[in-house]
Design a protein around this ligand. Structure first.
Ligand SMILES: Nc1ncnc2c1ncn2[C@@H]1O[C@H](COP(=O)(O)OP(=O)(O)OP(=O)(O)O)[C@@H](O)[C@H]1O
Length: 260
């Protein structure tokens, strides 16, 4: 057994070269423990999504290994509900109501009918949408659609949530509200979250640790332990200090690539 106790994800010297020849990740080595909120922070195109997708069993490493709960991610996805994915686009089915969208993954898993409706309503309550069960996606704002997408991911009670820039398309106020709500859910549900962003404020507000990736090929450039209590205060002096540290790390990771 090479798995460290309560290690949820491990990237073991992972490289990824797409068949176009693009080196998206190079010797990426990093692990995530149960209950952490990890952000991958890096410039556009540095391989953040590539790394996240591998955790969801989407795409193989060219070199090295990705393990989730000590196993091949594809096996975990196939056999359990332990991992759920939230994308930047809410990806809702327009012909299904809010409730029906959230029910979809539960139907596909074949859960008991009465139970799955109860579970879906519970998560929709959790994201503040219990008055919109019968609405259609076209009747919702961008923030509400993202809440549905988060509820759909939570419905199957995953142990780990993978989020690829989920708030990038939202206005600043909605983004901040959803960040706060996400943290409440993370705490309450005892989940592990892996979050991709290129926004330093978002990374500092949310994360227990930030993994900064350098520009292509994506390498682990630095790790920032954000030692601030939750809920975090965006105007706090120490918050600003961490934002500066993260911004500097991001800048360094880009400069290093230019020099190299
Ligand atoms: N399926 C693919 N085939 C070929 N190249 C790809 C594929 N997917 C991603 N890439 C390339 O790999 C590199 C890393 O992409 P990736 O989407 O992982 O980066 P990212 O850091 O998430 O970027 P962004 O912040 O812009 O979303 C990019 O140069 C991208 O063009």
């Amino acid at each position: 057994m090479d798995a460290i106790q309560n290690e949820v994800v491990s990237f073991q010297h992972v490289s990824k070269i797409y068949n176009t020849g693009t080196v998206a990740l190079s010797q990426f080595h990093f692990s995530i423990k149960e209950g952490e909120f990890i952000s991958f922070l890096g410039p556009s195109g540095c391989g953040k999504s590539t790394a996240l997708r591998m955790v969801a069993g989407l795409g193989e490493a060219t070199e090295g290994k990705v393990k989730v709960f000590g196993q091949n991610p594809k096996e975990i996805i196939k056999n359990t509900n332990d991992i759920a994915f939230v994308f930047q686009d809410a990806n809702l089915l327009p012909w299904r109501t809010v409730l029906e969208n959230v029910l979809l993954p539960l139907e596909l898993r074949g859960a008991d009918k009465k139970r799955r409706k109860e579970d879906a309503i519970k998560v929709l309550e959790m994201v503040g949408l219990k008055d919109h069960l019968k609405s259609y996606p076209r009747q919702l704002s961008g923030g509400m659609k993202m809440r549905v997408s988060i509820a759909r991911a939570l419905a199957a009670k995953p142990k780990m949530l993978l989020m690829d820039e989920p708030f990038a398309a939202l206005d600043e106020i909605t983004r901040q509200t959803l960040q706060t709500e996400l943290l409440e859910i993370w705490k309450r549900e005892n989940m592990t979250i892996l979050f991709v962003t290129h926004n330093v404020y978002e990374a500092v507000y949310l994360s227990t640790r930030i993994a900064v990736l350098s520009a292509r090929p994506g390498r682990l450039s630095s790790i920032i332990d954000v030692d601030l209590p939750y809920p975090r205060e965006r105007t706090d002096e120490r918050f600003t200090e961490y934002v500066n540290i993260a911004a500097r790390s991001l800048e360094d990771s880009t400069t290093r690539r230019e020099l190299g």
